[in-house]
Every structure is written in structure tokens, then in C-alpha cells.
Design a protein around this ligand. Structure first.
Ligand code: ARG
Length: 565
């Protein structure tokens, strides 16, 4: 449910009753339990407009409040804050409703948005690196979230499969192992070896250059080699997607090469609208207020990263019909996106009402605060990283219980991969992110294991109870009240997280939910002897809704739960 909207409506009604002209109204979540559940802080601003004392205004509003609905108590505090408490019976019945509903009473958007999420985007010439890991995890969450809220999401994997380096790579492939299956196991090594050949042998270098031209002009032998190279490379990425449990398939791939045919048109279209200028032999777009132009075609006729992105923007806005296009890409590319977005809008490639956003994220660092590398300074292989996560997860959970080999394997995958994803999603995405195994695999703190453990614990309580939980929720103390209100905020949290493309708002919320639940559970035993049945059922229902909220929240983050841990 949209809890905040319900509370806003109550204030809105009080405004009209008090004869105050309507202004947009928004309450905010109370910052401390003693301030109630929500606060209305608008009296101060209103006082200025109406030239009255803010406490007087707050008094007028408070006196006109209908306290027979969702809001049942109001108090004026400080210079003119209105603190609001929600009606325990109402929130109890809203919780009951949510618990019975498969979507937890979360509505689907009345007006779904067609949204493109561009994420992952590995480069086929190289090993996928940790930056692509972040993009994949954050992008997948954003896509899941929008989808859950009812938007029509189109995932786009803009892989880097085009460029001059492919001439060298396929020439080398042809030379050593046309089949590619063995030599391409380690792309990093393959690239190094090819580069070595290129640098030391003039004949090879010439052939590599010749092959660049040949691929571009559609020579079938070279294209076949190129295709082989891409297939194997993409296969490596798909192994990572599979392990990571993300929803990216081959159908989502719209590679750079996909836009080849449209690049010339980008240039002529820019020319038509008078935005193209030659500078030092290159074709450029000069944007007002920017010193450095956007180069769209080099002197030798070659196109650039920006040209491809302009073609992709055109495709996404006009062919796919997207109204929101989100690029989940490293923060170091902000300048690039700022510029191509501007060019695309000014040139009319993208209609005015389409929202273009760069969902930037910071760099992944090791515990010493250095960019994440192997000890030798190379790129960390993602597959190995994910396998290590599973191994470490095994160690973390065996300490808790005895599992069969099979069960341990299954749990460790869910726990280990979940930990890697959660740790990434739980920080403000724009900050640099410190990769720390011990922290991410801890049972305490804002970790996936903490959430999964709470979930499993609730399942165990429900199993022990052994029958269908039927009855009512009765809010009997402040902790229960707070937990119930927190659970009802889920939709508001998801909406805001979607708007800000901020997964950490979801993790922060889940952490608050679970922390409250743990306190509630400690104080309010459920199965213990002496608890009367009515109370027990009420607590069980709250626990059940807590578990369902954890499960749904984690599902959006692409993380699974387990029934036993
Ligand atoms: N391949 C690019 C890189 O590794 C990321 C692609 C992002 N998407 C885009 N449309 N430019 O940096």
C-alpha cells in the first residue's frame, strides 16, 4: 500500500477544513519513535506565506484533523511540527491484507513506463572486470525493481564487440588456433600474446590492420573468425551471469556492432540539423558552454564510442519506444553520457519527454583502498571471485550447523553469491566500494546473511507451529506498532528507490525491518509456553509478513532465501 499517500490525504482534508488553500503536501517519516510515525513540517513554510505564527498554523491544521481514520493522534512540537500517530487497528488490518496478498498489497503502476536499462556491457576483447560486475549487479536490480512495479522493462547489454583491436585478435586466432576453444579460455593471456605478436612482427601487424578493414567491409572469412571470437567471449560472460543468477540472456544483447549500419546516418542527421562542424579534419559537435567538442567521426572516416551511443539512443527512443533510458555505467564515463545525452536531445534524436539518466557507480577497491586487482596487478577473474565467494560461504555456514554435502553446496551458492551482490548494492552506488570478504559474509550487520538468517528463523518458527496461521493481528505494544508501520512502508520505499535508482534504499529498509523484527522477537516470544493463542497468532502473522517482505525485497536484489540456515 501507499502508506504515505494515505497520511497525506488526511492532512489535505484538514487543510480544506481549516480553509487553507491547497499546496502540495508531503509528510515525512518520523526520525524518532517519540515523534510518532509521520511528521508534517509544512507549517513553517506556510506561516511565511500566510504571515502567521507557525505554531498557530500547526494548531489550525491539527484542530481540523480527522482522527477517526488512519491517523489517530496528533501533537504539535517545537516551532510548529505536527507529529502523527497511526491508528493501531487500521495498520493491523492493512498488515493482514498485505500478508494475504501475493504482491504484499503493492500496486502495479497505473501508467507503466517503457524503460530501457543498459547494463553489464562487457568488452569482448578483454576479460570482464569488476566494473562490469558492479554494472551487472546494480543494473539487474534496477530492471527487476521497475518490472516489479509494473513498468515494461527492456534490458540492453551493449557489449563492446567492435573496434580496431579485433583485427589483431582475429589475425592471432587464425594463426594459432582457428577453433579458439582452447586459446580463448584465458582472454587476458590471449590479448597479451596477440599484442606481443603485433609489437614484434611487422608482417603480423600489417595483417592485423588489413583484417580490421576486412571485417569492416564484410569479408566473410574475417567475419567468421570475428564471430567465433565473440561467441566464445560472450560465452565466458554468460558463465558469470549464470553464476551470478542475473536475468540477462542473448536476446538482450544489442552489441556495438548492431549499430554499424546506422552510424553514417548519425552523421548526416547531425549535418541536417546544422550541428556538425569540421575541426582538425574530424567531424565534431560543439555544445554551448563546453570547451571540448564531441567527436563523432575521425579524419580517417572511423566512428567513435559516442557515435555508437548516439545511434543506440535513437534506436531506444524511436524503435523501442522507451520513455526512460538508464545507463548503469562506471562514474568515470559521466562526461561522455552528459555530452551524448545533450547531443541526442538537441539534435532531436530523442524526444523531449524521454528521461535519460546515467546511473553512475564508483570503483571497486580492495581493503587497502586500492583498485581491485590480483596480487600481480592483473584483472581479477570474475568466475574465480564468485567461486571463492561460494567456498567462503561454506566455511561461514558450516560453523552454524551440520549439513549434508549436497545441502551445503546448494546453500553456499545462495549465500555466497547473495553476499557479493548485497554488499555491492548496500552502499551508496556513487561511492567507491571496498570489497571485504569478512564483512560481506557476516551474520551480523547490514548483510544478506543477516536477512537470510532472519528469514530462515521465521520459517522455522512457522514450521514448529505446524498449522495454517489464522486469525487477526492485534498491535499490543510500541515495538509491534513500529514493526507493522515499517512493513507497510515497503511500497513507498520501492517507489522511491526506483525513482532514484538507488538499491541501497532497499537494503537499508530491509535492515531496518529485520533489526526491528529481531528486537520484537526477543521481547515478544511466539511459541513459548504461556503465550495465549490470540497473541501467538498475531505475532505469527507479523513474523510471516516480515519474512515475505524480506523474500520479496531480496528477490528484487536478485538474491534468494532459504528455508533453513
Ligand atoms: N563497454 C563499455 C565499457 O566497458 C560499457 C558500455 C556501456 N553502455 C553504453 N551504451 N555505452 O566501458
Amino acid at each position: 500500500m501507499r502508506l504515505k499517500e494515505e497520511v497525506n490525504k488526511v492532512i489535505q482534508a484538514a487543510f480544506s477544513r481549516a480553509g487553507i488553500e491547497e499546496t502540495p503536501i508531503s509528510v515525512s517519516e518520523a526520525t524518532k519513535p517519540e515523534f510518532g510515525d509521520y511528521q508534517f513540517n509544512g507549517a513553517m513554510a506556510l506561516a511565511k506565506v500566510l504571515k502567521k505564527n507557525p505554531r498557530e498554523i500547526a494548531g489550525m491544521i491539527a484542530d481540523s484533523l480527522d482522527l477517526s481514520g488512519i491517523v489517530s493522534k496528533a501533537e504539535i512540537a517545537g516551532p510548529g511540527f505536527i507529529n502523527l500517530w497511526l491508528n493501531p487497528e487500521r495498520i493491523a488490518s492493512f498488515c493482514e491484507k498485505a500478508d494475504k496478498d501475493s504482491r504484499l498489497d503493492i500496486s502495479k503502476r497505473e501508467k507503466p513506463v517503457k524503460a530501457v536499462v543498459d547494463y553489464s556491457g562487457p568488452n569482448m576483447a578483454k576479460q570482464m572486470h569488476v566494473g562490469h560486475l558492479r554494472s551487472t549487479i546494480i543494473g539487474d536490480t534496477l530492471a527487476n525493481l521497475l518490472e516489479f512495479l509494473g513498468d515494461e522493462v527492456i534490458r540492453q547489454n551493449h557489449i563492446g564487440d567492435w573496434g580496431t583491436q579485433f583485427g589483431m585478435l582475429i589475425a592471432y586466432l587464425e594463426e594459432i588456433d582457428e577453433d579458439g576453444t582452447t586459446s580463448l579460455k584465458d582472454l587476458e593471456q590471449f590479448y597479451k600474446d596477440a599484442k606481443g605478436r603485433f609489437d614484434e612482427d611487422e608482417n603480423f601487424a600489417n595483417k592485423a590492420r588489413e583484417y580490421v578493414v576486412k571485417i569492416q567491409s564484410g569479408d566473410s572469412h574475417c567475419l567468421k573468425l570475428w564471430q567465433k571470437f565473440i561467441d566464445i567471449s560472450l560465452g565466458h560472460c554468460e558463465e558469470v551471469y549464470e553464476k551470478l543468477d542475473v536475468n540477462l540472456t542473448r536476446d538482450d544483447v544489442r552489441a556495438e556492432s548492431f549499430y554499424n549500419e546506422s552510424l553514417a546516418k548519425v552523421i548526416t542527421d547531425l549535418e541536417k540539423v546544422g550541428m556538425l562542424k569540421e575541426s582538425d579534419g574530424a567531424q565534431c559537435v560543439f555544445l554551448e558552454g563546453e570547451d571540448i567538442p564531441v567527436i563523432v567521426q575521425k579524419g580517417d572516416g572511423g566512428y567513435l564510442y559516442a557515435t555508437t551511443d548516439l545511434a543506440a539512443l535513437y534506436y531506444r527512443a524511436n524503435v523501442l519506444g522507451a520513455k526512460r533510458i538508464s545507463y548503469v555505467v562506471d562514474a568515470r564515463q559521466s562526461e561522455h553520457f552528459k555530452q551524448v545525452f545533450r547531443v541526442a536531445k538537441e539534435a532531436g534524436f530523442v524526444p523531449e519527454d524521454v528521461k535519460l539518466e546515467h546511473i553512475a557507480f564508483g570503483t571497486m577497491m580492495d581493503t587497502n583502498g586500492k583498485p581491485f586487482k590480483t596480487r600481480e596487478g592483473g584483472t581479477v577473474k570474475l568466475i574465480e571471485l564468485l567461486d571463492e565467494a561460494v567456498t567462503r560461504a561454506k566455511e561461514a555456514i558450516t560453523a552454524k550447523d551440520d549439513y549434508s554435502e549436497e545441502e551445503l553446496e546448494r546453500l553456499a551458492k545462495i549465500v555466497g553469491i547473495g553476499a557479493v551482490k548485497y554488499a555491492d548494492l548496500a552502499i551508496n552506488r556513487e561511492s567507491n566500494y571496498i570489497f571485504n570478504w569478512d564483512k560481506m559474509l557476516s551474520f551480523d550487520g547490514n548483510t544478506s546473511l543477516y536477512m537470510q538468517y532472519a528469514y530462515a528463523r521465521i520459517q522455522s518458527i512457522l514450521r514448529k507451529y505446524g498449522r495454517e496461521v489464522e486469525g487477526k493481528i492485534i498491535i499490543s505494544d510500541e515495538l509491534e506498532h513500529r514493526l507493522a508501520v515499517m512493513l507497510l512502508r515497503f511500497e513507498d520505499v520501492l517507489e522511491k528507490a526506483a525513482e532514484d535508482a538507488a538499491p541501497n534504499q532497499i537494503t537499508g529498509y530491509l535492515y531496518d525491518v529485520v533489526t526491528l523484527f529481531m528486537r520484537f522477537y526477543e521481547r515478544n516470544p511466539i511459541l513459548k509456553e504461556g503465550v495465549d493463542e490470540e497473541t501467538r497468532v498475531s505475532r505469527l502473522l507479523l513474523a510471516d509478513l516480515t519474512a515475505k517482505t524480506i523474500k520479496q525485497g531480496l528477490a528484487i536484489l536478485g538474491i534468494q532465501v532459504v528455508d533453513k540456515l
